[in-house]
Design a protein around this ligand. Structure first.
Ligand SMILES: NC(=O)c1ccc[n+]([C@@H]2O[C@H](COP(=O)([O-])OP(=O)(O)OC[C@H]3O[C@@H](n4cnc5c(N)ncnc54)[C@H](OP(=O)(O)O)[C@@H]3O)[C@@H](O)[C@H]2O)c1
Length: 323
């Protein structure tokens, strides 16, 4: 019975699904997903490193010996991550809603001669109650998608030839998305704004970024994939519905993962040698999962790429984006 429900499209029933062929599933933690891995020669960038899933991701990758470059909005926040990391940890300031900050952090890395094996685009904000804009762009779309699009583009020249890009999306890309997908005439949010839909919109953009990047990497040994981490009680929920935010035992039991389970999929996808040839997939519970129809739409993904370049170009010159 539970298995039948789990294989249905009810997201919270995922917890009753079996583990995949790789032996990993809903309850797998990041430590279990990387058991006996030696990541000593790997350099991995994690955005949003100071909180929630990012912090746990840094902790586990550091435990396995990786050199982690932990990015956060301020250098103080990036430095705070040292307590969970190993000695090689490199803190870096990068505000993903500010083109100048993204450019500065990328230039610092390029100048330092660093070679990057993996980037985890993890930082995010969710469900801002009122429309907020920066540089003329709705803030969730700007931070969650455009900031990462720009960062990955600038770091392209220092990616190793087998580098991986892992973009943290969400099942919100289908649960909360607009029926026609990316809103090409409303990146500002001026035409309409809903806190949840704007979040789903940014998470659909994350997924489409990963599949378009994967297409562009097809002839190389580099890869790009997207993940849904699950539902986890982190600071992300700060603007959210009080029932979800403060929860109840029933909601907690049915819906939520703990942070160790929540970080597992992005840790696994970004670092596990079994996935070195896997490109352009959407993962959940450490296994490949079917994305929504829009989430697989390569035409929409290509169009988003073109618009993302236009937005980056405009706001990098100090102009506001105009829909
Ligand atoms: N938690 C869930 O249930 C869930 C479900 C699906 C997907 N996700 C995704 O998982 C990722 C991690 O979320 P989380 O749950 O770990 O949330 P979190 O604890 O709130 O962490 C989010 C991180 O993003 C950073 N961030 C926000 N705005 C930024 C900006 N302008 N520049 C740089 N960094 C910025 C935050 O920094 P500050 O501390 O300075 O705010 C924080 O470090 C997000 O992409 C989220 O969409 C989470």
């Amino acid at each position: 019975m539970l298995e039948t429900l789990a294989s249905s499209r009810i997201p919270f029933m995922d917890r009753f699904s079996k583990v995949g062929a790789n032996g990993l599933g809903f309850h797998t933690t990041g430590e279990e997903a990387t058991k006996s891995l030696d990541l000593k020669n790997k350099t991995i960038v994690v955005t949003g490193a100071n909180s929630g899933l990012g912090l746990e991701t840094v902790r586990v990758l550091s435990l396995r010996g990786a050199t982690v470059i932990g990015m956060a909005r301020t250098i103080e926040k990036a430095n705070s991550v040292r307590s969970v990391a190993n000695e090689q940890f490199i803190p870096l300031e990068c505000d993903l809603s500010e083109p100048s900050s993204i450019t500065q952090s990328a230039e610092d890395l390029v100048r330092s001669g660093t070679q990057i094996d993996s980037i985890i685009c993890n930082a995010g904000i969710m469900a801002l109650p009122k429309l907020q804009q920066k540089h003329g762009v709705e803030l969730q779309f700007l931070t969650n998608h455009i900031g990462h699009f720009m960062l990955v583009s600038l770091l392209g020249p220092i990616l190793t030839n087998k580098a991986r890009v892992t973009v943290v999306s969400s099942s919100a890309h289908k649960v909360f998305s607009y029926h026609d997908g990316i809103q090409f005439d409303n990146f500002s949010g001026n035409k309409h704004y809903s806190p949840q839909k704007a979040y789903g919109h940014s998470k659909l953009a994350n997924l489409l970024f990963a599949i378009e990047l994967a297409k562009r990497l097809q002839t190389t040994n580099q890869t790009a994939n997207a993940v849904h981490p699950g539902v986890i009680r982190t600071n992300l929920l700060r603007h959210y519905n009080p029932v979800i935010k403060y929860g109840s035992i029933i909601i907690e039991k049915l819906l939520f993962k703990n942070v160790h389970e929540g970080a597992a999929t992005q840790i696994y996808v970004s670092a596990h040698p079994d996935l070195k040839r896997v490109n352009g997939k959407y993962f959940s519970n450490c296994n490949i999962k079917e994305a929504s129809t829009h989430g697989k739409d390569q035409v929409m993904a290509e169009k988003l790429w073109v618009y993302s370049e236009k937005i980056v170009n405009e706001i990098s010159q100090g102009n506001d984006w105009k829909d």
